[in-house]
Design a protein around this ligand. Structure first.
Ligand code: NDP
Length: 449
């Protein structure tokens, strides 16, 4: 049975279901936060009076638009673009853009909702938003990607600004796409407004450590959870799902901290390499050549590829889901725990279903939910904005140090909040409550807007 929503909060959740039909991922994300909030309303009755939960569940603004573009054969293609500007109580809307065929409003709203609390946890002045398109970049040429990005930005630009809304990357959106979008923004507005997008290339306003930040940050978070238990990554066998931006830098940091990653994946299946994943090869295949993870076998005969398989079948001590939402269900979670997994750190957003979360919490393993564990990406985006505002660029070492400090602070805040609210060790409650309270206080202070 899923944890219950407090009776004062339940009618609000029912209203969210009724007002947002069919948006199952959004319902799931809202439910998970609302389950934590009962005790908060007891301590803070003013949040009821100000209808903070009702207001926080309703985006401030939602933009849906047509994205017409031409493919290499001269055919006209039409996609749908989204930007959900969810909450700006703490700062300009901030959150990535996702290009994936599964994108629809419910996915963007779940991601935007999570982003509000995640951004609050970073302690940096950023509100929450998210966007994207149902465009599928797989198999598209650079020219097609450029034409799509230009068309997408031709509509989106009017809603952006360094003090208004600052997108970044997510699934299917990396440095190449940010470059094309930044170029088009600059062309339309005639302004070199670096702070309007993050994840930029180094020579045109980007920050060192931004590509690494989500993966490094998630690994730092797990390291903190292990430290609390008198443990470390040293000698641990790990699995990391995905082989994109977050996965690659998670693998790198785990190796630096003395762990060994033996499996990673893409949407076709997973690779197991007991000697340890050859990260340079994964980077070459995925970041540079944009090939499939299966091609890893061409270079390492002692690895194996399981087509269509489930990476959570591979026994490990630390699991770091870094691909997509709902990739670990209740059975997967139970299998991981049974096979000796002692820590899970979510690089991806909402990668564990409610049944899976329940298994992790009940088993007592260290479980770091995405909105805390993967906040390092957006935190470093905010550091990129700081560098842009001061026309400065920081060294790799200094920026990584700032990232690590932020992740340590987030861990401590979640840990202490979980204790304060009577659920020690429950980082889900810690993250939901600490993030919510920060935004709620700001919303009360700013009046009814
Ligand atoms: P990338 O596009 O770089 O990589 C995504 C990886 O996950 C690829 O290996 C992809 O495989 C796999 N994947 C994507 N969708 C699916 C699916 N439906 N089923 C199986 N595998 C899938 O994205 P990122 O690494 O940037 O993002 C990964 C996760 O991390 C997402 O949940 C994202 O929201 C989250 N995140 C990202 C941040 C960032 O800074 N980039 C910040 C915070 C969270 P394939 O190539 O086969 O599609």
């Amino acid at each position: 049975m899923a944890p219950k929503i407090d009776e004062k909060v339940e009618p609000i959740f029912q209203e969210v279901l009724a007002r947002n039909p069919g948006e199952t991922e959004f319902h799931q994300a809202v439910r998970e936060v609302l389950e934590s909030l009962g005790p908060v309303l007891v301590k803070h009755p003013e949040f009821c009076h100000h209808k903070i939960i009702e207001r926080i569940c309703e985006p401030e603004r939602q933009i849906i638009f047509r994205v017409p573009w031409q493919d290499d054969q001269g055919n006209v293609q039409i996609n749908r673009g989204f930007r959900v500007e969810f909450n700006s109580a703490l700062g300009p809307y901030k959150g990535g853009l996702r290009f994936h065929p599964s994108v629809y409003l419910g996915i963007i709203k779940f991601l935007g909702f999570e982003q509000i609390f995640k951004n609050a946890l970073t302690g940096l002045p950023i509100g929450g938003g998210k966007g994207g398109s149902d465009f599928d970049p797989k198999g598209r040429s650079d020219d097609e990607i450029m034409r799509f990005c230009q068309s997408f930005m031709t509509e989106l630009y009017r809603h952006l600004g360094e003090y208004t809304d600052v997108p970044a990357g997510d699934i299917g959106v990396g440095g190449r796409e940010i470059g094309y979008m930044f170029g088009q923004y600059k062309r339309i507005t005639n302004r070199y407004e670096s702070g309007v997008l993050t994840g930029k290339g180094l020579s045109w306003g980007g920050s060192l450590v931004r590509p690494e930040a989500t993966g490094y940050g998630a690994t730092f978070f797990v390291d903190e959870m292990l430290k609390v238990r008198g443990d470390s990554f040293g000698g641990k066998t790990c699995t990391v799902s995905g082989s994109g931006n977050v996965a690659i830098y998670t693998i790198e940091k785990i190796h630096q901290l003395g762990g060994k990653v033996i499996a990673c994946s893409d949407s076709n299946g997973y690779i197991v390499h007991e000697r340890g994943i050859d990260l340079q090869l994964v980077q070459q295949l995925k970041e540079i050549e944009r090939r499939r993870i299966k091609d890893y076998l061409n270079y390492h005969k002692d690895a194996r590829f399981v087509e269509g398989g489930n990476i959570w079948d591979v026994p490990c001590q630390v699991a770091m889901p870094s691909a997509t939402q709902n990739e670990i269900n209740g059975k997967d979670a139970a299998k991981l725990v049974k096979n000796g997994c002692i820590a899970v750190g979510e690089g991806a957003n909402m990668p564990t279903t409610p049944e899976g979360v329940k298994v992790f919490l009940e088993s007592g393993i260290a479980y770091g939910p995405g909105k805390a564990a993967n906040a390092g990406g957006v935190a470093t985006s905010a550091l990129e904005m700081q560098q842009n505002a001061s026309r400065d660029s920081w060294t790799f070492e200094y920026t990584e140090q700032r990232l690590q400090q932020i992740m340590q602070n987030i861990h401590q805040l979640c840990y202490e909040t979980a204790e304060e609210y009577g659920t020690p060790g429950n980082y889900v409650n810690g993250a939901n409550i600490a993030g919510f309270i920060k935004v709620a206080h700001a919303m009360v202070a700013l009046g009814l807007i």
